[in-house]
Design a protein around this ligand. Structure first.
Ligand SMILES: [Zn+2]
Length: 157
């Protein structure tokens, strides 16, 4: 008996949603990889690979491993919707800065802001209207040695 024949319309719809979500994620990752490469080249940073964090991860928006692997969470943990691209770029810049400074100290912040400013200048980082200008924000609640934990930081943006 054909397995397809016993599938209900609902199951099929669900399958299509999952499939389009996956291609949506792949598309975003493609764009993010292009932008990451541009930024890394400009700042002479080397990372091993850029991957999407698994869906459902809630502990962080991004993570940078000491082997140079960077993972970026693409979706809201609860709704499963894609995060704004500007948020992903922001996370990306944060994680790229960790390739040079593996804490959240002043050197890190300066470098992170420099990356973000350059990305903005290049049109890669386009925060929405009403978002705080990051370079004037000195109040990032970065906590040294609390790595990776940028959840609260991103909530500011
Ligand atoms: Zn961090």
């Amino acid at each position: 008996m054909d397995a397809m024949a016993v599938r209900t319309p609902n199951q099929l719809a669900l399958k299509n949603v999952t499939k389009s979500k996956r291609s949506e994620s792949l598309e975003v990752m493609d764009q993010l990889r292009v932008d990451a490469k541009r930024i890394a080249t400009h700042f002479k940073l080397r990372y091993r690979e850029l991957r999407a964090e698994r869906d459902g991860a809630t502990g962080h928006y991004g993570i940078c491993y000491d082997d140079g692997t960077i993972r970026i969470r693409l979706r809201h943990a609860r709704s499963g919707k894609l995060l704004r691209y500007s948020s992903l770029v922001n996370t990306l810049c944060h994680e790229l800065a960790h390739l040079k400074y593996f804490d959240h100290g002043d050197d890190f912040k300066r470098f992170y802001f420099a990356i973000l400013a350059w990305a903005r200048e290049q049109g890669i980082y386009r925060p929405e209207r009403g978002q705080k200008p990051l370079l004037q924000s000195r109040a990032l609640p970065c906590q040294p040695r609390e790595l990776p934990s940028i959840t609260r930081q991103l909530q500011l943006f």
